[in-house]
Design a protein around this ligand. Structure first.
Ligand code: SF4
Length: 971
């Protein structure tokens, strides 16, 4: 090990602050440097997210910075080399830009759709989305479709906000905390800090999860549940809350659409939609008059909602003066959940009916009897002044365990409705919104709705990702075919608000709905853990057509590390690490807002880029300039922005709007916030303030933001909202009903789904949540494959990012399949045995580990610990590739179905995704396990050819493992 001289050790440590990116939580960190090299990293005590706390990953950032897997030079696939063989030659950035600019300019001037741009867990979607829109391609999305779009869409289409970046549990005031389907690292440090205080203050914490690790391990009660059945539980809880009368009637009547009358005239074109009075209610939104009717208990007649002095019936059946039968939305919900009894749910979830009743009772009683009252005066959207803010202290948190199922959208709608029934939305002790949410339901931004939005040499007419409000907002051809390569916003996945990244390679390979030319992937490992069925995906990436050309002609990959995906690139762009670049966590994207007001944050480089690495943001600005995309050039076509930092300071969403990527220190002298002219010293001001901007709302604007007049007026002034009308919680979803009506050949929209998809749309677009088993379960022989198989991220590694990290590898160098000992014993499997886990799609050999902390019908493992040999600069025989395994090999991105795409052999398939949002059904697979033969090799299967080192990556493996920062040996 090289020696560190006394002279070096005497050099003072320098401390710089920036924002962590070892996971997506965005904690503030202090990076300690000596002679310009990172010495260690700790948490920034002055940062609002983590308050000085740092996790194992965050502290291990030094080993990411100095990882030997770092790409350092632009690379081009060698002429004649096969994709996947990872044979590259270094080229200059000028050559790389030249190749991209020439190719993309040709695509843009002919058919911009042929450029597809998809990104992984990046934090710059405002920029990548802007680039795609300016280019003119609709084929853009980030990772949300294969992550948690059901969570975003299910919640936002119901309460106008969602968990994590846009809202969360108010554990400072909650008395009961219910966590469902949340990985043990989710919202990591902030949630850990909040839970520890919550528990110290005597709060009760219930975790509902098939697996008891992480957060579940410290819960007061663990309720094991079968994967994919959460919807049944939530509907049964709703049944009980209604049955026992423990719902917050006053909250439902005033702040939700529970009292809105639904037209039930079977001959009406508005069957199943609200009845409206066609009057101006003065809320100032030209798209939503807010004139729906209540049936008033005082006058026993229909009145416009929120008529002063009126109080709506929530239950009952009424007849309008014109003879139309109507019911309040809440009555329809009661009708819906009547048969969703705890006994019914027990058979599906595996949770005893008595437990479900007890949980419902505990939630309802806590909400009703432990009310919070804060002396904060506020005014609601109808001008009524309230002297206090009240709250029902039951808080929930949920994430991908609920979301990543093909029935997840309705599950999450059911959760949001349960939370609303308990009266917990944006109230103390319940769920709290974070700016820029809540937004209108659905948010106003819409995707383009016509293929005419795509034109050569022209930006896309409309934003790339939006929120459809009905069939008229679908992005389809006249005959109903999708316009997008991933089929988002088509009749197959109408509310695919985050796109379907997991469909892109299959669709592009198949030419369904069309072939593309260039696929650009940014920090997404699509040849490995970010894809279902990696073997087939790798084959498709390398497959050629009848003319001998690659079916996906050109692939650009930008990444900081030698991932499995880089092997399949034609052009590799070496990205920087989070310690080497500027970044913004923008209000236009996913900021770090607090319950108390908007916050955004930045990263500021603490070390220079390694080798020839360039921040991908700079690459986009440069490429946009060379392609003369309007936003990036002046009227004469000259360069508008020097680089990304310059773009951040000077870009405005519209000329003179005063709104840019950063909300803090705006105006020439930095004295304005939220809106204001560009400030040339904005970065310096963020640097002086721990890289964070915090805006504290007046207390009267901090609660009840669905219907808080003052907050809405402020939000529309600052353009967080376009209008200041109320955001009524949608117990009953008219948006969904509009799609259902179209599928039935009626309703206000003239658009109709293709006949093969009509039944699917009619079934799943139910305005009220319902339970159905995941699509994969329907397609599986459950006698042969009786077990659910799931993954979760560990605390110490974020997806595939950290196997090149010498410190974190010491925590997880390989993974096991965790099996309940009862189940293993039935199969004659001993702890540590090599076993097979097999689904109808494929099989994997792995090691079994006994665990009591998993419900017996489920097996599980850590996500993305298994690696392809040689990837991430690991030795070809590293534990990660010999003993570690990827469960993805038993999961398929497609399921047999009618009405989907035709495969080469004429079979019909459809994406393994939620039929509403396109959310990937990662956790729906069903498997069996059995012992591997004694004669079989004791290593994982399938196996892959080792990936060679890419030119420019370090060979200093020993040095790296010895941790000699400060010696200058890294350079
Ligand atoms: S939770 Fe850990 S890895 Fe994630 S941002 Fe915070 S310190 Fe970094």
């Amino acid at each position: 090990m090289p020696e560190v001289s006394a002279e070096v050790l005497e050099q003072p440590l320098e401390v710089k602050t920036t924002t962590c990116y070892m996971c997506a939580c965005r904690c503030g960190i202090r990076v300690h440097l000596r002679r310009g090299e990172v010495r260690y990293i700790d948490g920034n005590p002055h940062h609002p997210i983590n308050k000085g706390v740092i996790c194992a990953k965050g502290a291990a950032g030094i080993m990411k910075q100095y990882s030997p897997a770092r790409l350092t030079r632009p690379l081009r696939r060698k002429a004649g080399a096969e994709r996947g063989a990872a044979e590259f030659e270094p080229i200059s950035w000028e050559e790389a830009y030249g190749i991209m600019a020439e190719r993309l300019a040709k695509i843009r001037s002919t058919d911009p759709k042929k450029f597809a741009f998809f990104t992984g867990r990046d934090q710059m979607q405002a920029l990548t989305g802007l680039f795609a829109r300016q280019f003119g391609t609709p084929n853009y999305a980030a990772h949300g479709g294969f992550c948690s779009v059901n969570m975003a869409a299910g919640m936002i289409y119901t309460i106008g906000g969602s968990f994590w970046e846009f809202g969360g549990p108010d554990l400072a005031r909650a008395k009961l905390f219910v966590m469902i389907g949340t990985a043990e690292d989710h919202h990591s440090n902030p949630l850990k800090i909040a839970i520890s205080k919550f528990k110290r203050d005597g709060g009760r914490f219930i975790s509902i999860n098939p697996v008891r690790t992480g957060y579940s391990a410290i819960a007061d009660e663990w309720v094991p549940i079968r994967p994919g059945t959460d919807g049944a539980l939530l509907l049964a809880l709703t049944h009980e809350i209604i049955h026992t009368g423990l719902y917050d009637r006053a909250f439902l009547a005033r702040y939700t659409n529970a009292g809105y009358l639904i037209d039930l005239d079977p001959n009406s074109d508005r069957y199943g939609l609200t009845v409206q009075a066609a009057v101006d209610t003065g809320h100032g939104n030209p798209n939503h008059a807010h004139d729906e009717l209540w049936w008033d208990r005082i006058s026993n007649a229909s009145v416009v909602n929120h008529t002063p002095g009126a109080d709506p019936y929530l239950a009952g059946e009424f007849t309008l003066p014109n003879g139309a039968p109507v019911k309040p939305a809440f009555q329809l919900l009661m009708d819906r959940v009547k048969d969703y009894t705890p006994e019914w749910a027990e058979g599906i979830t595996g949770i005893p009916a008595a437990t479900i009743r007890r949980l419902a009772h505990e939630m309802g009683i806590t909400a009703r009897d432990e009310k919070i009252e804060l002396p904060i005066a506020w005014t609601d959207s109808w001008g009524v002044e309230h002297e206090t803010v009240t709250g029902n202290p039951v808080a929930f948190h949920a994430m991908r365990g609920l979301s990543a199922h093909s029935n997840g959208f309705h599950t999450i709608r059911a959760l949001a409705i349960l939370m609303s029934l308990l009266g917990t939305i944006d109230r103390p002790g319940g769920f709290r919104h974070k700016a820029p949410f809540p937004r209108a339901i659905p948010p106003i931004a819409k995707p383009p709705n016509s293929p005419d939005a795509v034109k050569p040499d022209t930006p896309l007419a409309g934003i790339v990702m939006g929120w459809p409000g009905g069939p008229e907002h679908l992005f389809v051809e006249d005959d109903g075919r999708p316009v997008r390569i991933d089929k988002a916003f088509s009749w197959e996945y109408p509310l695919a608000v985050h796109g379907l990244m997991h469909n892109v390679i299959t669709n592009a390979w198949r030419g369904d709905p069309y072939r593309i030319d260039t696929l650009m992937i940014f920090m997404a490992n699509m040849a490995w853990n970010s894809t279902m069925n990696p073997i087939e995906t790798r084959r498709m990436l390398n497959d050629r057509d009848e003319n001998g050309e690659y079916r996906i002609p050109f692939i650009i990959v930008s990444d900081a590390f030698q991932s499995e995906m880089t092997a399949f690139a034609d052009l590799v762009l070496p990205d920087t690490t989070y310690l080497e670049r500027h970044d913004v966590m923008s209000m236009l994207d996913r900021p770090i807002s607090e319950f108390s007001g908007p916050c955004d944050s930045v990263r500021i480089p603490v070390v220079p880029p390694k080798g020839e690495c360039k921040p991908f943001q700079d690459v986009l600005i440069e490429l946009g300039t060379r392609l003369r995309l309007p936003v990036f050039v002046n009227a004469d076509g000259s360069r508008k922005f020097r680089d990304y930092p310059d773009f951040i300071v000077n870009f405005e969403t519209e000329p003179g709007s005063g709104i840019g990527f950063l909300a803090g220190w705006r105006g020439r002298d930095g004295a304005k916030s939220m809106r204001g002219e560009p400030n040339p010293n904005q970065w310096e001001m963020y640097a002086k303030n721990n890289c964070v901007f915090q805006y504290e709302l007046p207390r009267s604007y901090q609660y009840m933001r669905n219907c808080n007049k003052g907050y809405h007026e402020w939000a529309s002034r600052t353009r967080l909202r376009r209008y200041s009308d109320p955001i009524l919680i949608q117990i009953y979803s008219e948006v969904l009903q509009k799609f259902r009506l179209a599928a039935q050949g009626r309703g206000p929209s003239k658009r109709r789904p293709p006949p093969a998809l009509a039944k699917r749309v009619e079934t799943y677009f139910d305005p009220l949540p319902f339970y159905h088993a995941p699509l994969e379960v329907h397609a599986t022989d459950s006698t042969r494959y009786p077990l659910a198989a799931i993954t979760q991220r560990p605390m110490a590694m974020y997806h595939s990012w950290d196997s090149q990290n010498a410190w974190l590898r010491q925590i997880h160098t390989h993974n096991y399949l965790f099996v309940n000992p009862r189940l293993a014993a039935e199969q004659g499997i001993a702890d540590g045995d090599w076993i097979w886990v097999e689904s109808m799609h494929g099989k994997v050999r792995c090691m079994c580990r006994y665990s009591e902390a998993v419900e017996p019908g489920t097996v599980w493992t850590w996500n993305a610990i298994g690696k392809a040999p040689g990837a991430w600069r690991l030795a070809p025989d590293a534990n990660e590739s010999r003993n570690g395994f990827l469960l993805n090999h038993v999961i398929s991105d497609e399921l047999p179905a009618t009405g989907g795409s035709s495969t080469a052999n004429g079979a019909q398939t459809i994406s393994n995704s939620d039929p509403i949002t396109g959310q990937a059904g990662w956790y729906d697979v069903r498997v069996r396990i059995y012992k591997a033969g004694a004669e079989e090799p004791q290593e994982t299967w399938p196996r892959f050819e080792p990936m060679p080192s890419l030119p420019g990556v370090s060979t200093a493996r020993r040095l790296w493992q010895a941790f000699v920062a400060g010696t200058g040996e890294w350079k």
